[in-house]
Design a protein around this ligand. Sequence first.
Ligand SMILES: Cc1ncc(COP(=O)(O)O)c(C=O)c1O
Length: 368
Amino acid sequence: MNTTVSETLLLGPGPCNVSENVLEALSRPLFGHLDPRFLGVMESVKSQLRIVFDTENSVTFPISATGSAGMEFLLVNFLEPGDTIVVGVNGVFGGRVAALSEKLGARVVKVEQEWGRAIDLDEFRDTIRRESPKIAALVNGETSTGVYQPMNGVGDVCREAGALLFMDCVTSLAGMPVHVDEWGADIVFSGTQKCLGVPPGLAPVTVSPRALEVYRNRSKPTPSFYLDLDALLAYVDGEGGRSYHHTAPISMVFALDAGLKEILDEGLESRWSRHARGAEYLRSELAAFGFEPVVPEGERLNPLTTLYLPDGFNDAEARSKLLMEHGIEVGAGLGPLAGKIWRIGLMAGNASESSVDRLTEALKSVLS
Ligand SMILES: Cc1ncc(COP(=O)(O)O)c(C=O)c1O
């Protein structure tokens, strides 16, 4: 049985394996969190994040917690009780946005779609026109189903309707095109453990000037200490010194800085192409075993491929053998797709033919 952590190939829905550079950054001696040298690293992270998000937004920084905190940060600061939010729900993560919005006392209008298909944008745009919500929310990369959501024209309709466009790009960022400004996305979050190639622990966010104005006009202060936008800005923004709010996870910020440098050295477009080639190779190699794609062409999330299991396939046993005997993790299906599909992540450095070859060799042995 192989239980060596360093030998586990993480081909699930995240986290993925991280590079030697990122591991080295994690083990670097610490600075104090208000040390000017640490603030320099934070500034480097913020400016690199702007490039990766493809935005000019000055409010762009990592929240000190996992991706879910990015979602909560956006909703708790920009949504107030009684506000309307239109949410595209075609999997787990759109469902979470709807559920948290309900808890925050908002009126939630769902635009639903079967799992494994993108939200119908005609219906989504019509719903925004009809409801004039405070926020319209889409998940750009639905990790529960492997769908990459097109965003065409949604930002324009949001502007006409006076709504903010919320986007979850946890699994798409740095693995597929994400263009925050061009798409008119106003409030956006991600996570570090997918195509950014860094361990879980930070949630990069970006906020448009339009959204900042909406925040300034809240009727009541944000009902959160940890995620309050103004308090966080006083900590992460350079203007006139920084005041203590919480103790940033220094090592994770070092790691994100190193991960972002690797991304920009590779180039975003090359990285997106590498993820596309990996996904295509994976689909073609696994077709030989009888795995069929869940998501139609044109809606596929390259970093996370979903495949129907062949007839008579023992899902739990095969995943367990892959992990315990071959040191390879793959993800199970969720919700209505549980027991029917696998979710195979080829993210960051793992988006390569060699990861796929290792998986297919192991599968041959598991199935023999
Ligand atoms: C699309 C999407 N949104 C949100 C999250 C939540 O992020 P985290 O698990 O880092 O809190 C995930 C995590 O997998 C995700 O895939």
